[in-house]
Design a protein around this ligand. Sequence first.
Ligand code: C2E
Ligand code: MG
Ligand code: MG
Ligand code: MG
Length: 295
Amino acid sequence: WAKDNARGRVGAFTPDMNRKVVDRVRLLTRIRHTLDDGAFTLVYQPQASALDRSVRGFEALVRWTDSELGTVSPARFIPACEESGLIVPLGMWVLETACAEAVRMKQRGLPDLTISVNVSVVQLAQPDFVSRVLEVLERTGLPAGRLELEITESLMMGCFEASVDKLNELCGAGVRLALDDFGTGYSSLTYLRRLPIHTLKLDKGFIDDVHRRSDARSMVASIVRIARDLKLSVVAEGVEEEEQWDPLARLGCDTIQGWLVSRPLPPERIAPFLADWDRKRAGMPVPARDVVVDM
Ligand code: C2E
Ligand code: MG
Ligand code: MG
Ligand code: MG
C-alpha cells in the first residue's frame, strides 16, 4: 500500500486512501450478496437501422440497485467486478438472461432481433469462455447468429493472440462480434484488421458534434471508410438529438443507438416500444447517403 516506488519507502496511508479501500471492500461485499440474491437486472436498448429506422436488435445493459448503496452505475461496479473476478459469474448471468430474453421476444411474436451482450476482457481470458458461451446458446435455444458479443479495444493490450483464437472460434460458430467504444483507449488499426469482428461501435465522443462541426464529420467519414474497407458495419452510439441522424446516415453509419431512439428498457417495455416505434417511423423521412458503397 501507499508505497512510494520512486524513493522505495512506504508512505503514510492517508484517510482518503483508507476511505477508498473501505468503499471498495463494501462495494465488493454488496456485489457478492447481490449475485447470491439474483438482484441484478438487465435493461435493453434498441438499435435502429440508420436508413429505414427499423429496429435491428437490442443491447443488454446490467443494472443494480442495492438495498444499502442505492443505485450503482455499471461504470463503477463493472471495474470492481473485473478486478475481483466477480465479472465471471456476473457475466455468465448477463449472457444467459439476455439470450433467454431474446428467445422469449421471438416467442411473443416479435421479429428476429439480435441481442448484444457486453463481454469483459477478464471473461474472454477464461480458458473455457468459448465453450460456456456455446453452452448458453444450446441451453436457451438462441441461434448463434442472433447473439452479438461486444468487446472493448483494451483487449489488445493483454493476451491478444489467445483472444483472437477464441474470437475466431466464436465467429466460426456463427456468433457475431462487435468492437465497442471504438476510438477511445488504445486503438490500433493493425489489430483492427486482425480481429474477426463484424461491427464497429463508434464511441459517443465522436458523434456528439456531428451535426455542428465539419471536423467531427470528417472523423466519422474516415472511420466509416476504414470500416467499409474491412467489411464492418458501423453503429453510432449515444445519439441523443434528431439533428444527428441525417449526417450520421449520410456519412454511412448503418445503425443508430441512443436516447433518441430509446433509453434502455426493462423487458416488459420492449413489445410496447416496438409497436410505438413502428407507428412513429412510418411518417419519418428516409435519409439519403452521400456516398453509395457496396459492401
Ligand atoms: P457501453 O457498452 O458502451 O454501453 C453504452 C452506455 O451508454 C450505456 O451506459 C448506455 O446506457 C449509455 N447510453 C446509451 N445511449 C446513450 C445516450 O444517448 N446518451 C448517453 N449519455 N448515454 C447513453 P451504462 O448502461 O451506464 O453502461 C456503461 C458501461 O458499462 C457500458 O458501456 C459497458 O462498458 C459496461 N456494461 C454495462 N453492462 C455490462 C455488462 O453486462 N457486462 C459488462 N462486461 N459490461 C457492462
Ligand atoms: Mg456495449
Ligand atoms: Mg460503447
Ligand atoms: Mg462503454
